[in-house]
Design a protein around this ligand. Structure first.
Ligand SMILES: [Ca+2]
Ligand SMILES: [Ca+2]
Ligand SMILES: [Ca+2]
Ligand SMILES: [Ca+2]
Length: 179
């Protein structure tokens, strides 16, 4: 069973991603994330950078098809929560999280300097439906060693906290928005 806190976090991410408020996640929601992110980075459709971002976001969406139990190309909240409950309890959780984090890191690190700046974080989570001014303030909590950036190791810790922590004080709880 997911704890109340785990359900809250995952539901917040789901609702933020469901940008068209259709009540399910589908390809269209990820297309909207792509367009918002491309827009905030000043990337034009049909450019190489756009194709790169698209390939990452559609990789993430295609992975989510594992959550789509009835194969109707829509992921409901209940399918979403089941999927993450299974993932969290799976023997391959650590390996899968590592893979997901390296994909997410590539998506976040716009200038490819191996660290995530405040602006890179804000641009990405805003594309995921999080309020930008809230995200700007939240960045300091996510920079665990206060060196001004989120490293790949910090991202792994934060994502692990996001999925597994049941401690209300864990900074990773708030990576994908407040609730
Ligand atoms: Ca939707
Ligand atoms: Ca479904
Ligand atoms: Ca960077
Ligand atoms: Ca840091």
């Amino acid at each position: 069973m997911l704890t109340v806190l785990q359900q809250k976090k995952l539901t917040t991410l789901f609702n933020n991603l469901d940008a068209d408020e259709g009540g399910t996640l589908n390809e269209k929601d990820f297309q909207l994330v792509l367009d918002k992110l491309a827009n905030s980075r000043g990337i034009k459709p049909l450019s190489l950078q756009y194709a790169y971002l698209r390939s990452i976001l559609f990789f993430i969406w295609n992975n989510l098809s594992l959550a789509d139990e009835n194969h109707d190309a829509e992921v409901t909240l209940s399918e979403w929560l089941n999927y993450y409950e299974n993932l969290i309890n799976s023997d391959s959780y650590g390996q899968i999280l590592k893979l997901q984090c390296s994909v997410l890191f590539a998506l976040l690190d716009e200038n490819e300097n191996g660290e995530i700046s405040q602006q890179e974080y804000v641009d990405l989570v805003s594309a995921y439906g999080v309020d930008p001014s809230w995200a700007s303030k939240n960045f300091a909590q996510l920079d665990l060693n206060s060196d001004g950036h989120i490293s790949e190791a910090e991202l792994f810790t934060l994502m692990d906290e996001f999925f597994r922590s049941d401690d209300p004080q864990s900074p990773g709880n708030y990576f994908w928005g407040s609730y």
